[in-house]
Design a protein. Structure first.
Length: 369
């Protein structure tokens, strides 16, 4: 049975992609010691749902129309997913390693142990850790199928409690102070490959997908409560951020590194935003131009996610060559410039891929016909 296209997921991918660019733009803006804490809040805090929501979307797609009573063809599944994720991951890792090696004359990654370490943890570029975690989710797919098959609403609540406790421990308590260098190394890079940091949002996506019609009914029935949850969670994570600044005396950078997506406030914000966006994009009629824009962003979100650090690097290099500081207005322009240029490159690659399919196969795991 052919899968019906779910527009909400495509639009959510586009919004999440903008959020990721916002976070990385905010990192550039932090270089200005006189940064505006409210602009930082917009770029770094309001966007904190962006990476976790990708796991919800991925799980939703994996489980949509899947018959859990049928045998799971694990080998075929892995071959398809390695094709769509592993191949682009290796391609982009090579491109980033080559770029930074030539740019900084840094050859440490040329050794086999360093290269393995880099690829295992997704260290070739700062956004690639997402691909590593996604690959681990794919490898453990039989476990997720078993969990979803026996999942109930009550068990979802227990899973949420586990998620909050686990993420809190990992984020604020756990440190690599063991006698073994190897264990410490694995712990130091835990955010780059521990799937359990995003287990709840992934299983939630799978559960909502399996029970799609009921999920839509619940969204419609509790639309006001979902809207309230979204705004409550938004104010909650913003309140946490500002309290760290004003009450605890945190620096801006320390505050955003504390009020992140794995904090309790961040987890509830991710859930609230995910449900709210799904509701809006499913039941609300958006203006035609907004729909076209969201569709464009969603269509090219995968390539843009993988490519945009290149755009950030060269735009930042240009500003530095001009002696320009990342002020508030320049930061906003920087965000739109990176977004526009990345989408433009994505469109060009998409068109070239129709002539040379190997290009899109390597860069996005898809083959144009």
């Amino acid at each position: 049975m052919a899968k019906k296209r779910i527009v909400a997921l495509e639009y959510m991918r586009g919004i999440a992609m903008l959020g990721v660019i916002g976070i990385h733009t905010g990192s550039q803006y932090l270089s200005n010691t006189f940064n505006n804490i409210h602009l930082i809040a917009l770029l770094e805090i309001v966007t904190r749902f962006s990476v976790p929501i990708f796991f919800f979307i991925s799980a939703f797609g994996l489980f949509y129309k899947r018959d859990l009573k049928q045998p799971f063809a694990y080998k075929d599944f892995l071959l398809r997913r390695m094709h769509s994720v592993l191949l682009p991951y290796l391609t982009w890792s090579f491109l980033y390693l080559l770029h930074y090696t030539l740019t900084y004359k840094e050859y440490s990654f040329c050794s086999i142990p360093s290269l393995i370490n880099c690829l295992f943890f997704g260290l070739a570029s700062y956004q690639l850790y997402f691909m590593v975690i996604l690959l681990w989710f794919y490898l453990l797919m039989p476990l997720w199928i078993k969990m979803v098959k026996h999942m109930t609403k009550l068990r979802l609540i227990f899973l949420l409690i586990f998620q909050i406790a686990f993420d809190y421990y990992s984020s604020y308590i756990l440190t690599g102070n063991f006698s073994s260098f190897f264990i410490n190394h694995l712990i130091d890079y835990r955010l780059n490959y521990w799937v359990f940091h995003y287990l709840f949002i992934f299983i939630l996506g799978a559960y909502c997908s399996i029970h799609y019609e009921n999920f839509l009914n619940l969204l419609k029935r509790y639309s006001r409560k979902i809207t309230f949850l979204f705004f409550l969670s938004l104010f909650g994570i913003l309140g946490y951020y500002y309290s760290l600044l004003y009450l605890s005396g945190y620096s801006t950078e320390s505050a955003i590194n504390t009020a992140h997506q794995l904090s309790p406030a961040g987890i509830f914000y991710t859930i609230g935003t995910t449900l709210f966006l799904f509701y809006i994009f499913t039941f609300k009629t958006l203006p035609k131009k907004i729909r076209i824009l969201c569709s464009l962003l969603g269509k090219h979100s995968y390539f843009v996610y993988l490519f945009h650090p290149f755009a950030i690097y060269y735009f930042a290099l240009f500003l530095a060559s001009q002696g320009k500081l990342m002020t508030g207005p320049i930061t906003i322009l920087f965000f739109f410039a990176v977004t526009f240029f990345s989408i433009l490159v994505a469109i060009c690659i998409d068109k070239i891929g129709k002539i040379y399919p190997i290009l899109t196969l390597l860069l996005t795991g898809t083959k144009k016909k």
